[in-house]
Design a protein around this ligand. Structure first.
Ligand SMILES: *Cc1c(COP(=O)(O)O)cnc(C)c1O
Length: 220
């Protein structure tokens, strides 16, 4: 088995400078995160709030914590003091909760709208119409403790690379089309797409953030 440092270096070498790597550390113990940290990675992705909080508390404070998993509103308060980017906003209600909790800490938390792009599976996410409703909502202008900075999506879990590519391409198209709706609370800067099996395709299709776990740390 190649080391974590070797895997990280290998992946970093293949990425364009527009595409940054998030090391997805869910289920991995803090020793493993420290190994990645020592190898120079400061951007970690987790999918459960409690697990992220527990790791945040014991690890160096210059780590950027990315919430990539489905979120329940009642968990938002635990991560509000420190989370760097929430990738998984899939309802207006959740966004308002992030705004409320961010306000308690005098923070502005950056968020992405998670868009449903996979054809085959039911995954969490908004439709294009739902996303546009949020972006154009008058109420959004009142949410001063969040910013929508882009979109996130997960492609179908399939070996058919062409399907995956077309799904990523459709998300990139949406991302570009939303630029004309940018406003005080909305900018289209980050496009979070790509995992271990498809991050190269995602990068080619314009991803700015790839979320890679097993290709760095081995299978879970
Ligand atoms: C687990 C997870 C990843 C990373 O998956 P790998 O296949 O291990 O790279 C990426 N994004 C989300 C939302 C995840 O839950």
């Amino acid at each position: 088995m190649p080391s974590i440092a070797t895997n990280l270096a290998q992946i970093e070498k293949t990425l364009r400078k527009e595409t940054r790597l998030i090391a997805v550390t869910k289920t991995k113990p803090t020793e493993v995160l420290m190994e990645a940290y020592e190898a120079g990675t400061k951007r970690f992705g987790e999918n459960k709030v409690q697990e992220m909080v527990a790791k945040y508390e014991v690890l160096p404070k210059d780590i950027e914590w990315h919430m990539i998993g489905h979120l329940q509103t009642n968990k938002v308060k635990y991560m509000a003091p420190f989370v760097h980017l929430v990738h998984s906003i899939d309802s207006f209600k959740l966004l308002k909760e992030v705004n409320k909790e961010a306000g308690k800490h005098d923070r502005v938390i950056d968020c992405l709208l998670q868009i449903y792009i996979a054809r085959e599976e039911t995954k969490f996410g908004l439709s294009e119409e739902d996303a546009l409703d949020i972006i154009n909502s008058p109420e959004l202008a009142t949410l001063k403790h969040i910013r929508l900075v882009g979109l996130m999506g997960m492609a179908s879990n399939t070996d058919d690379q062409e399907t995956v590519r077309l799904e990523f391409r459709s998300l990139k198209t949406l991302f570009e089309s939303f630029k004309k709706h940018e406003n005080d609370r909305v900018t289209m800067q980050e496009l979070s797409m790509g995992m271990s099996g498809d991050y190269l395709i995602a990068m080619e299709e314009g991803s700015t953030l790839v979320r890679v776990g097993s290709a760095i740390f081995g299978s879970r």
